[in-house]
Every structure is written in C-alpha cells, then in structure tokens.
Design a protein around this ligand. Structure first.
Ligand code: ADP
Ligand code: MG
Length: 477
C-alpha cells in the first residue's frame, strides 16, 4: 500500500537526487531528517515512531519512499508528527517532494527485530491504558443474556439477524464493516448487537469486545479531554477487536466527539476490526452528522428492524414465558399478542406486570390481563421526544404549519411560535442548539439563543399565557 502525503513547500535551493540516484542517497538524506526530528519531537515519539522508519528509495526524482513497519505508524504520524516531519523534509529535500509509504514490502532482514521491539512496546503501553480505563469504567458492559439463542427471528428482523450472524462468524470483513442496525425503540437493536459480542467473546476469549452507548462514549471523551489525555482515550478504543456503539443518533451535533470517533473508526476499519452501530433511524436520515462519517457508515451493511408481526410476537411471548418458567392461559397469551404490538420492550413489560400480579399463586385471567394492559398501553413509556414532534405540536397549537415555522415569515404570531418551538425543543429534546437552528429553517446559533432567551424572559416574568401555551403544547407530544 502506498499513501502519498501532499507535497512539501517549494525550496529551489535544494533539489532531490535525480532518478537513478541510489538507495544510499535516500538513506543519507533521511538520516539528516531524523537528525532534525530528534531535536523537534519528544524522545518517546522519536524512538517509537520515527527511528524505525527506513528510507526505501527515491522514485522519479521527487517521490521519497519510506518503509514503515506497521500501519499504526502511519496513522500516528499523520495524527501527531506530520508537521515536524514536513518541516524536516523541507529543510533537507526541498522542492516538490512527495512521500510515499510502504508498509509490508521489502522488509530488510535486520529490521525484523526492531519491529518486534516496537510492537512489544506498543502492547505494553496498551495494556497499561486498558488497565487505567477499566479502573475508571466498569469492565465488560455487555449483558450476557443478550444472545442469538434467545433472539426470536421473524420477518421483521430476519435481515438484521442474518447480518449480525454473518458478522459474528467472520468479523472485520470489509463488506460487512461497519454493520449498522437501525429501527425504532425496543425492537431488539441492542440485544442483537450484543449477541454478536457475546458470540465472539465465547469463541475467542482473547478478543476485546467493547460495548458502549454514545452517551457514555461522549462522557468518557469529555473526561479525557478535560484531563488533557485524549491520546489514552483514542488508544483505548483503537485497540478493540469489536466495537459496539449504541444509539449513534445521539452523536448528532457533537462535533468533537464525532471527530475523535472518526479517527477511531478509520483505524479499526483499516486494521480489519469490526464495528457495529445502532441508530433509531436510517443513517441516511441522521441529521447533524459530519458527511465523512455518514459516508463511511454506508461502506458496510445497513439493516433495519421493524415492528414484530403477529407470529413473531407470539413466539417472543412464548419464549419469554418459558425463560421465566411461568405458564399463562392461552387466551391471555393471545390477548397479549393482539394488543401489545408496538415493540418488544413493551411486550416484556406487560409479561412482567402479569407475572407480578400472579405472584401470589393466582394464574392471571383474561380480565386481569385486560386491566394490566390497559394501564401499560396508556402509560406507555413514551418514546423520546424529537425536534420534529415539538415543531409539529407547536404548529398545531398555533394553527399554522411546520413549513411556516421553518420559513421566513416575520408575522408576529409566527415569530413568537417559532421562538417557542426553539425553547421547547431545547427543554424537551436532547438536540443541541445547532441542530435546533438547522432543523428550523437553517437558523444560526445566535438566533436560537436569542429566541430561547426571549421566551425564558417571559417564563421568568411569570407570564400566564406562555405557561398555558407551553403546557398545552407539551400535551401534544
Ligand atoms: P432497542 O435497542 O432496539 O431499543 P432492545 O434490544 O433493548 O431494543 O430490546 C428491548 C427488549 O426486547 C430486550 O429485553 C430484548 O431482549 C427484547 N427483544 C427485542 N427483540 C427481541 C427478539 N427478536 N427476540 C427476543 N427478545 C427481543
Ligand atoms: Mg437500544
């Protein structure tokens, strides 16, 4: 693999040796670069990353080919040492020099020892990082109960399950990396993703499998950033074999978290390690994500999970009862199957409540089931409110349309409704101000802040109308 860096700055005084100059010349010039670099970078960086690099040859008079013992070296240099490297090359080589990297070809005999040493050093360092990290956060985040065996297959999840299964058999294959599982709440995304993790760990206990929600990932990122130690954070994630990142919709608008995830993602993908992600909607519809991340999400497989059909619901209920070792009468099972149909988490909730009712030895009857389910379906754990929900509710409340809210109208009522929409979106969704503004007709950050402040002033002034408006709107989502 050859990778070419952009050319260094022009310096006509210093010409590269011409086409047929020898390897020796390349080596000599590279030695001079190393000399300069040894004074510019830390001793560790120099010893671990730069010193092992060998000059291979010069091509066409302008391309300096360097031999790197490992792809990691390239990544590290790109991330941390590219500036001093360019400066040194500029001094020594000048002109339009381009650097090409070779990773595997032409390994000189005597460098193998060096390579082993480097890899050893890296491994030691990584062990330390893992230890530090695991001391900070609980070790395995994986739920051992989420396995393939108890994941019921139906037409609603067949594609996703088979993609998960294929990944479990052969993780890191290019065409299935990353695997993105998407679909609504409670449809089994987390279960399925962890099933792959459990399967891989079971088959090879040496594999490092890390499950993390985006919320937690972000919190860790912030922690390490505050402690000026992002390197540790990045290295920790760059050495996992299987990364399970749950709920990537919450990456929306978090630019720095996306940025670091991008580096981690690239590193894992390039070194053939598997990434699985879940999202509550198709990546195509994710807002507030860097394009370069989104385009990478599409490299692998996207698989959706849908609401379970009747048959699958029946099978899931039977499986759950069997796991819990309880028996419900047929009419109760049928009633459950017919009436709790939105998602599997809700079905589990209904089963658990019924089990709770029957703890004193009474088998739940149909009428108890009806009562319990009425409660559950009504108090139905609401799905997370989205900005769109808020905008819709506000538009409805003010008898206008979402388009009008997003539009340019300066009519007093519309301006007020728009401001209220931003205020409520900030209070009741997890969207950042940036996303709120972007979704509401591409308004900038300062407009959003100003709008929210205007409403906050009214609320603080105990304005009655505003309170009633807000209460009524909230009832709509
Ligand atoms: P999501 O991550 O999509 O919100 P989860 O994976 O957390 O959903 O699933 C919610 C609950 O439903 C979990 O307890 C899970 O075990 C169960 N569940 C979801 N789908 C299935 C399925 N196909 N078979 C068995 N259990 C399921
Ligand atoms: Mg989930």
């Amino acid at each position: 693999m050859d990778t070419t860096l952009p050319s260094v700055q022009e310096n006509p005084e210093n010409k590269l040796p011409q086409k047929d100059d020898t390897k020796e010349q390349a080596e000599e010039l590279w030695r001079r670069c190393l000399d300069i670099l040894s004074k510019e970078v830390t001793a560790n960086d120099y010893r671990i990353w730069l010193e092992p690099i060998r000059a291979e040859r010069i091509e066409d008079g302008v391309n300096l080919i360097l031999f790197l013992p490992h792809k990691d070296v390239y990544e590290y240099i790109e991330d941390h040492l590219v500036d001093p490297l360019r400066a040194a090359l500029n001094q020594v080589f000048g002109v339009d020099t381009k650097i090409g990297y070779v990773f595997e070809a032409e390994i000189a005999q005597n460098s193998e020892e060096d390579i082993k040493k480097i890899i050893n050093e890296q491994q030691k360092e990584q062990q330390l990082i893992i230890k530090r990290f695991d001391e900070l956060y609980e070790k395995s985040q994986i739920n051992p109960n989420y396995v393939f065996e108890n994941f019921i297959e139906g037409s609603c999840n067949r594609l996703a399950r088979s993609a998960g299964w294929a990944v479990a058999q052969q993780p890191g294959t290019n065409s299935k990396n990353p695997l993105v599982l998407y679909g609504g709440v409670g449809l089994g995304k987390t279960h399925l993703m962890q099933a792959v993790g459990n399967y891989i760990m079971e088959n090879d206990s040496a594999k490092r499998v890390v499950y993390v929600s985006v919320d937690k990932f972000t919190a860790q990122f912030v922690y390490f950033m505050k402690n000026n130690d992002l390197e540790t954070f990045k290295k920790y994630y760059q050495q996992v074999d299987l990364l399970l990142l749950d709920d990537i919709q919450f990456l929306a608008g978090k630019e720095s978290t996306q940025e670091i995830f991008f580096h981690i993602f690239n590193h894992l993908q390039q070194s053939g390690r598997q990434i699985i992600m879940t999202s509550d909607c198709s990546p195509v519809n994710l807002k507030g994500m860097a394009d370069r991340l989104l385009s990478r999400f599409k490299w692998g497989i996207l698989a959706d999970l849908q609401q379970p059909d009747l048959e699958t619901r029946m099978a899931i209920i039977q499986k759950k009862l069997q796991e819990k070792d309880v028996v419900f009468p047929d009419d109760v099972i049928e009633y459950l199957t017919q009436n709790v149909d939105s998602n599997v988490r809700e079905m589990e909730g209904a089963i658990n409540s019924l089990i709770h009712y029957s703890l004193n030895g009474v088998t739940p009857s149909l009428s108890i089931a009806q009562q319990v389910i009425r409660n559950i379906v009504q108090s139905n754990t609401p799905r997370e409110t989205t900005i769109d929900d808020v905008f819709k509710a506000v538009a409805e409340h003010f008898s206008t349309t979402v388009e009008e809210l997003k539009g340019k109208s300066r009519k007093k009522e519309i301006v007020h409704a728009r401001q209220l929409a931003m205020y409520i979106a900030k209070e009741h969704t997890r969207a950042s101000l940036k996303i709120i503004g972007a979704t509401l007709g591409g308004r900038d950050h300062s407009t959003v802040i100003h709008s929210i402040q205007a409403i906050t002033d009214l609320v603080n002034a105990k304005n009655k109308d505003i309170k009633t408006d807000i209460d009524n709107i909230k009832r709509k989502f």
